[in-house]
Design a protein around this ligand. Structure first.
Ligand SMILES: [Zn+2]
Length: 183
């Protein structure tokens, strides 16, 4: 499979055409930015390689630990991480659970420490997020961006694996011929 650096290069090189497609279809800066942003995020931080100690995993920095159970539960390159549709759906569901858990915990801590203002700010952010999710265009475009970013990763993995298999086969063939000549 390609290295993390190769995956990064593919992501950066394909992000621009992705933004151009977004602009040509929508003629809206917000939609274009959302599509390109989600595509970049998916390729650089949210790809199937979160199932292993990859650069994508390390880029989560302080929050990388949230991906440890995922890494333990999902075997490397299984359909739950590298599947064209199942991969991104599994990761979205997994991340949603963590976000909900972290939000609930932080709100409870803020309330317990009598930091009502902080808890209110948290609720404000949650409300704004809910408004975003009420817009079906943004939700759809965001999902397409995430899906395309994950799919380009899986596609690159598959192409490189196929090329390696072909190279191995072509290496084996002349060896057989050679043996026959000596019989
Ligand atoms: Zn991979």
């Amino acid at each position: 499979m390609p290295s993390g650096k190769t995956h990064d290069k593919i992501t950066w090189l394909t992000a621009l055409p992705m933004a151009w497609i977004g602009w040509m279809i929508s003629h809206e800066l917000s939609v274009t930015a959302l599509l390109a942003g989600c595509f970049l995020f998916a390729g650089l931080m949210f790809s199937g390689d979160l199932d292993t100690k990859s650069v994508q995993y390390k880029r989560w920095g302080w929050f990388r630990w949230i991906w440890i159970p995922y890494r333990k539960l999902v075997p490397h390159r299984s359909p739950f991480s590298h599947g064209p549709v199942l991969g991104v759906l599994t990761r979205l569901l997994y991340l949603s659970v963590w976000v909900a858990l972290l939000f609930a915990t932080l709100t409870r801590v803020a309330l317990a420490l009598d930091q009502a203002q902080l808890a209110e700010q948290g609720f404000g952010i949650a409300k704004q997020t809910a408004v975003f999710f009420q817009n079906p265009v943004y939700v759809g475009v965001g999902f397409i961006g995430l899906w395309l970013g994950g799919f380009s990763h899986t596609l690159a993995d598959e192409i490189v694996s196929m090329l390696k298999r072909l190279r191995r086969k072509s290496r084996r063939r002349p060896a057989k011929k050679h043996k026959k000549k000596h019989k």
